[in-house]
Design a protein around this ligand. Sequence first.
Ligand SMILES: [Cu+2]
Length: 68
Amino acid sequence: MQTEMLAVKGMTCSHCQSSVEGALKGLDGVSSVDVNLESGKVEVNFDEAKVSLEKLKEAVEDQGYDVA
Ligand SMILES: [Cu+2]
């Protein structure tokens, strides 16, 4: 299991928060997601054998947000 902190830009409200959270949680291999709306920091716990950091970033970007 691996933990990564993503810096997500463009989240402004609880709807953004749940979009990002839902997109990440929907990926196979992601066990937990913690979104901090104010800082834009998203902590993700995932199984690196099942999903890559690149996939996590893509899932967030697909929702319309930028990952630094
Ligand atoms: Cu929003």
